[in-house]
Design a protein around this ligand. Structure first.
Ligand SMILES: [Zn+2]
Length: 385
């Protein structure tokens, strides 16, 4: 699991005079054996750089070690990822391998700092869910990210049992004390969550607990945490803590999925609404391809599984559905079985966001792609479709 700490270490790393090698590779699920030779040929492009006489001896040694380290890592069996990113600076002890849930364009980059942009754009689509299982005296935190769960520790407070004998003022006093302690505990839990949220440890929150205590705790959430609340679920905190982690994962995943589908629906509705209001938007492949060619796209929505043949000009970056020659530069185009994938990679290259839409039954299902634009599409002097 990619932790916040790892991501931070990568993004904040500086070679301090030594080169940092960043490699992005694609895994073809149909042919995973390709992977090694693919990474090998990417690394091969770097050999000449490593032999550059202008490099200091230290930099040269570090870069050669980077190449060897990434090559060795690529020869290990690869997990179920669709892409892999490597960040390496051997002379300063950096080696990170990050598995990506989406394919990325193959790249090799050497610079003073890791090249993280494609990584952050892919990960932006995945939400980190903090699960807080709370009762009146305990809280247990978990993080769910890309289907993996991590225990983030507990918070225990003093606890008074509610008396089951009852008489007069004494009962009232005890009950009062119980309430006060519970409130104190809830405040502490909320403070902890607020701090972790500020440190970007999670972006969504799910709260589990006893049916009658859930609303009590949710009332304590300040505005910014409530905005992150994706849902609540009933669970016996003892069961959640001790035995069945599977139940916890299942409930949390259901909440996350429901939230994500609702979010997708909202984004699709917003984009079509923009069109209706004559705000900059692109609907369907011809417009979105032109939008990517002109770097107009701010957010691209892609129906999951969408695929369509098309053409690409590797010279000017023009994307189209057909045509032997590029209408912009006149060069010969390259045919591709999936221009949607080319579109996604082009949009990421422009540092714009991509959201894969899994929810079905929206208008996007027939249009395949739609986009919010930064500015209206420039008129094209040719037929884009
Ligand atoms: Zn061209």
């Amino acid at each position: 699991m990619l932790t916040v700490d790892t991501l931070q270490r990568i993004t904040e790393f500086n070679g301090d005079g030594l080169p940092v090698l960043s490699v992005y590779a694609r895994v073809n699920p149909a042919n995973r054996t390709d992977y090694q030779s693919q990474v090998g040929s990417l690394l091969h492009q770097m050999r000449a750089v490593a032999d550059d006489p202008d490099l200091s001896h230290e930099a040269m040694v570090s870069l050669r070690d980077d190449i060897a380290a990434i090559k060795a890592a690529s020869e290990q069996p690869q997990p179920d990822a669709l892409g892999v990113a490597y960040f390496c600076c051997s002379g300063r002890g950096l080696f990170e391998q990050v598995e990506l849930p989406r394919p990325v364009r193959e790249r090799i980059v050497v610079d003073q700092t890791p090249w993280v942009q494609p990584l952050t754009l892919v990960l932006e689509e995945y939400h980190r869910l903090r699960i807080a299982v709370v009762d009146r005296a305990n809280a247990h935190f978990w993080d769910l990210y890309q289907d993996e769960i991590e225990d983030r520790g507990r918070l225990r407070d003093k606890h008074l049992r509610k008396p089951d004998y009852a008489y007069g003022d004494r009962e009232y006093e005890t009950r009062n004390k119980v309430e006060t302690l519970a409130r104190k505990h809830y405040r502490k839990v909320v403070e902890q969550l607020a701090e972790d949220a500020r440190n970007r440890e999670f972006d969504l929150l799910a709260v589990g607990g006893h049916e009658e205590e859930l609303p009590e705790f949710v009332d304590f959430l300040p505005r910014d945490l409530r905005d992150k609340l994706a849902g609540t679920f009933q669970v016996d905190p003892n069961v959640a803590a001790n035995s069945d982690r599977g139940v916890l994962v299942e409930r949390a995943r259901a909440i996350l999925e429901k939230w994500e589908r609702a979010e997708e629906e909202r984004l699709v509705a917003e984009t079509y609404e923009r069109r209706a209001m004559r705000a900059p938007a692109a609907i369907g492949l011809p417009e979105c391809l032109w939008g990517a060619t002109t770097a107009a796209i701010d957010l691209l929505l892609v129906q999951e599984g969408a695929q369509a043949p098309g053409v690409v000009c590797d010279e000017s970056g023009w994307l189209g559905l057909r045509g032997d020659t590029c209408p912009i530069c006149g060069k010969q185009t390259r045919e591709t079985p999936d221009v949607v994938d080319e579109l996604v990679q082009a949009v990421m290259d422009e540092s714009a966001s991509v959201e894969h839409v899994l929810v079905q039954g929206t208008r996007l299902e027939s249009d395949l792609v739609a986009a919010k634009l930064r500015f209206p599409l420039p008129p094209a002097e040719f037929d884009q479709a």
